[in-house]
Design a protein. Sequence first.
Length: 247
Amino acid sequence: MTSLPKEQSKRRLGLVIDLDICVGCHACAVNCKEWNSSGYHAPMTDKDPYGHDPLGVWFNRIHTFEETTEAGQRTVHFPKSCLHCEDAPCVTVCPTGASYKRSEDGIVLVDESKCIGCKLCSWACPYGAREFDDDAGVMKKCTLCVDRIYNENLDNETRLPACVSTCPASARHFGDFSDPNSNVSKLVKERGGYDLMPEMECSPTNKYLPPRPRRDEKAADGSPPQRLEEANPEGGFLGWIDDLLSD
Ligand code: SF4
Ligand code: SF4
């Protein structure tokens, strides 16, 4: 079995994902695949991609749910990739040391040269974040674009995980959670960022920001939507659209 670093790393790099504004466009998943298909874990095998039973290695997957609330239904898009857990069971279960957590920044990686393809790590991960490459016979996963964020050949603006740099809605944020003044720490504090499935006791580094209440949520009790009234006291919908666009 493999040990985790004895002390918490000085830097804790990870993502904040805003479920309020993710539009489920899959741009992050596609750019992740594009970057990593020629990077650290290349190639990312696809089988029968346009057939009836497509199979492929995707480090980032978007799940879409319909949620029913008192005010009605809404759609929530939920992007999921490795959360670079502090207490990562995928590491401690690994019999060869192939799975490991970096002591310098907390990123969880797989050393393919040591992986025997036993899949114990994918069974141990409660989030389903591991990806087995059938052709290569080894386990792969999100690397937080380790070959991009430290790449000194790139300018500073580009040294972000591919998923973050491509999100058209700015629903993804990258930073250091060990710094209370970092962008990600502030977002978590201001918006009530939370751990995914805390009962699994993995202490995930990545955090999610919950969807905000719907604008018309107060209409559930039969009264007019509050924001609609505020935006356009004379009725009609143009004032409401102005308000929406200026937010
Ligand atoms: Fe391991 Fe899964 Fe946590 Fe990633 S999300 S560190 S694969 S347990
Ligand atoms: Fe370790 Fe590879 Fe087995 Fe996963 S599949 S537990 S990385 S040897």
